[in-house]
Design a protein around this ligand. Structure first.
Ligand SMILES: [Zn+2]
Length: 268
C-alpha cells in the first residue's frame, strides 16, 4: 500500500480501514519566504513530515492542501491566500469525507505554523462535536518547542518567519530550492508585549497586521527574525525531532484513543 491516499485504489483503502482508522491530513501555505526560501516552504514541510511519519507508522495521508490563510504575506507577489472561512470549510469537507468512510482519528499537520491555526481549530471543534471523531493539529511551533529552543542560535527575536529554524529545515529538505547566500537578518524592535519570537518568555498581547505594515516591518524582504544562523545540520535535527514526536503521538492515539462515530454524512 502507498502512504498517499491518492496513489491507492479504493479496495486498498477498504482493506486499510479493516485494521486501521488513523489518517494524516497535511495543510500548508504558498506565501513569500524572503529572498532565500521557496514560496511553498510551509506546504513542503508539512508534506515531508507527513510522508516520513506515515512510512514509520504505516499510516495513510490524505491529499495535501497547498494553500492556507496568509493575508499579511500578500505584501509580496506570488502569495496565495484563502479566506479563513474557505480554509475552515476545506478542513471540514476533507475530514468529513474521511470520517464518512470510517476514519476515526485525524492528525492534521499544519506547516504554516500558527497562522493557519484559528480557521483549522474552528473546523476541528465542529467536526469533533458533530461526528465524535478524534482530531488533533501538529504544528511545529508547538510540537517541536523543546527542540527549537535547544537548537536555535539566533538572538532573542530571531525566530518568526523565514528565519533560522524554518530556513534550516528547508536547507535540509530542499537545498536545491533554497539560496543561503541571500539569507538575511531582521530583528525588529518591539514592545515586550508584542514580541513575535515564540521562544521569548513573557506576557503577550496579540495585534493584527496589514500588508503595508508587514512590508515595512519585514524590511521589504519578507523576513522576521534571523536566517543567517541557519544550517542544514540544525534542520536535520529539527526535522528528526518533529518526526519522532509525531510517531510517538500516533502510536499513543492508536492504543489509547477510542472513538465511536456518529453522523457520518457526506459534505453537501
Ligand atoms: Zn513558513
Amino acid at each position: 500500500m502507498k502512504v498517499w491516499l491518492q496513489e491507492n485504489k479504493w479496495e486498498d483503502v477498504q482493506t486499510y480501514l479493516e485494521s486501521k482508522k488513523t489518517i494524516i491530513v497535511p495543510f500548508g501555505s504558498v506565501e513569500q519566504h524572503a529572498h532565500h526560501l521557496p514560496m511553498g516552504t510551509d506546504a513542503f514541510v508539512s508534506q515531508e513530515v507527513a510522508e516520513e511519519v506515515a512510512k514509520r507508522t504505516n499510516t495513510l495521508i490524505a491529499p495535501p492542501t497547498w494553500v492556507g490563510w496568509a493575508p499579511h504575506h500578500m505584501a509580496f507577489p506570488g502569495t496565495v491566500t484563502l479566506r479563513p472561512e474557505t480554509l475552515t470549510a476545506l478542513v471540514e469537507d476533507i475530514c468529513e469525507s474521511l470520517i464518512y468512510h470510517g476514519f476515526e482519528r485525524i492528525i492534521i499537520i499544519n506547516g504554516h505554523r500558527e497562522a493557519n491555526l484559528p480557521p483549522i481549530k474552528i473546523a476541528m471543534t465542529r467536526l469533533r462535536n458533530k461526528t465524535g471523531a478524534f482530531l488533533a493539529i501538529a504544528d511545529p511551533y508547538y510540537l517541536n518547542d523543546q527542540k527549537g529552543r535547544e537548537l536555535r542560535q539566533s538572538e532573542p527575536g530571531g525566530i518568526g518567519h523565514a528565519e533560522e529554524l524554518e530556513s534550516s529545515h528547508m536547507y535540509f529538505l530542499y537545498p536545491e530550492l533554497c539560496d543561503s547566500s541571500k539569507a538575511t537578518k531582521n530583528i525588529p524592535t518591539k514592545h515586550r508585549f508584542l514580541q513575535h519570537d515564540p521562544y521569548i518568555e513573557g506576557d503577550r498581547i496579540l495585534s493584527a497586521s496589514d500588508v503595508e505594515t508587514y512590508r515595512e516591518v519585514t524590511k521589504n524582504i519578507g523576513i522576521m527574525g534571523d536566517s543567517t544562523t541557519a544550517s542544514k545540520e540544525t534542520g536535520e535535527a529539527y526535522h528528526k525531532a518533529i518526526v519522532e514526536n509525531l510517531v510517538e503521538f500516533i502510536e499513543y492515539c492508536e492504543e489509547n484513543i477510542q472513538v465511536s462515530l456518529r453522523n457520518q454524512t457526506i459534505p453537501l
